[in-house]
Design a protein around this ligand. Sequence first.
Ligand code: ZN
Ligand code: ZN
Length: 674
Amino acid sequence: MDIVTVPRTVDDLGRPDFVRSAQPAWAKDPELPVNVRRVTLRPGETTAPHNHHDVEVWVVLDGRGEVTSDGRTVQVAAGDAVRLPPLGVHTLHNPAADRPLSFLTFWWEDLAALEAEHDRRSERTAEEGRPVLLLPSFPTPNGELHLGHLAGPFLNADLLRRGLAARGTPVGLLLGTVGHQSQVAAAAQDQGLSFYELAERNTDAIQEALAAAGVAWDVFVRPSSPRYPEIALEVFERLRADGTVTAKAVQSNYCVPCDSWLFEAFVAGACPHCGSYDTAGIECEACALPFADHELLEPSCRNCGTPAEQRELTRYYLPLEPLRERLTGYLRSVSMSARLRSYVDRVLAAPLPDLPVSTVAADGILLPADPSGATAGQRMYSAFELAARYLTAVDDLAGQQGMAGWEEYAQAVRPRTVLFFGFDNAFLRAVVFPAVLGAFTDRLELADTMVCNEFYLLDGQKFSTGRKHAIWGRDAFRPETRDQLRLYLAATSPDIRRRDFSLAQYERFVREELAGQWEGWLASVDDRLRKSFDGRAPEAGSWNREAEQFYGRIRAFASRLAEALRPERFSARAAAREVRDFVAEARRFTEVCEDVLAVQPVSATARTCMALELMAVRALAEAAGPLLPELAARLRGKLGAPAGGTPASWVAPGTAVDLTGPYFVTDALVRSAD
Ligand SMILES: [Zn+2]
Ligand SMILES: [Zn+2]
């Protein structure tokens, strides 16, 4: 007889023979079809969140616990058993102050259960019709948007917005410009303007560039939005009242000749982690890791170049370390790329820094001073403002829908949120933003998906507003070039690695692929239709082998493209690839159509092939709208197809169709910056 005994009291945990996790002697048999362990959690302890492909069952032996599985938490007590599905992220917490929690865990591989769960998870996301909020990083209004900006969060969010809307999922794209960033203050200083003059002026230019690129938003929070400071102060006051935000004295950079504190854009220096001089604020543009002001290497004054002096300054801070457990559990449940996951794991492996909440600046939201008066006159730090800007945007959206504010909206609509940001912003978006928002409220669910992009390069170098190494969105996107440039940016999207925009390659893409192959395909469909069917869509008759295959290809195209435009599977590159591959396939099918039409009079099989060619054009019009909105609308009009139809649909027999182009522009594609 083998017995598994469990420690019953906290004192038992102190015994020399106590082990937290042990395999019962009888479970050591290698032939046993399951793995078994007894695990005991100390008061307050939590198992590390993890997932695997095995099925796992927990039987609670003693104590009480909280099981969290895929973000859902339930209370369990001795005698309860929990089955954890394959792939689900799970954790067990012992909330007691004075009692151990013991459980037996069994796990085994069951590939049938894995397959079933994999299918369920794929469907779950397609289903839900739950409204989705899309939150790209708000651009900094210190300049206008170039292609490097647009190819990242904004085009991605727009593609997803259009993709979700096409499937009938309610979706809201939240935009605005960021709050009070020192980069704007520094640019305003250079141009002799006030902070708000410059911020508002650049916000106009940013909106123009977004509109030119076809990026539509549902809400736009401008720098001077009146509701914004109210919400920001509410967040600050609540977190200060509950002790999450505290004042503390720290070493900060100071310029003696200029008699001023040096923060963010006003201080130059090197990253303490990687040595890069591309530093701004509290994170490095190169390695994206955070650092404290006093950790910056070789700090010097941006204005006069004098090496900075360290002086003590009392500021408000939000220490992130106490939030570690919650952040870790949350981040484990978020859908993100392996690249971002590695970054998050790296951040979590080190002590989490204290987030500055206040700063010394001329512009921004004035904060109430701490009791000592040491923080008097300080303003809210831009990184802390992110949560408030998001809440302001949701508040605006709520107002549009006749609701009182973000809280009512959150409760009534229960939206999901998807974040879009550049890798250089990963610390602020993936760690700071959920930390502040989660500490402030649990009424609004944190983002469940993060779409992170890398830098987009111009001829091998970073886009740079300062060095004028850029192509401005307002110059490049014109109504007649919008679609082709969107498709090219999506096809070369820097989703995982840096990728390059090259004008020569873009021109070749438009000339050879779009104006050449795509238009050639449409012209040849048009030609056959006119010659053999008097320009009217035929009704399908009998099918040959190639027709059956091509029909399958049309259906696969539509569903694979839709798959790439779902939050958890989102990939601009995959979407662009599907569209381009499909047109290439449709061009090959023209040969089949030519062959069957070689016999006169027109056969029933030829009618099917012609009808399938038109179905392919219609599928392109229906499915490719997110990438190519103008082309899709034009083709739909030409085919007499109502918006929102099923991609694999016939063009109604008898419809007069004229596919004459042109659809793309090959000259003067882009005016570059000067
Ligand atoms: Zn670095
Ligand atoms: Zn100075």
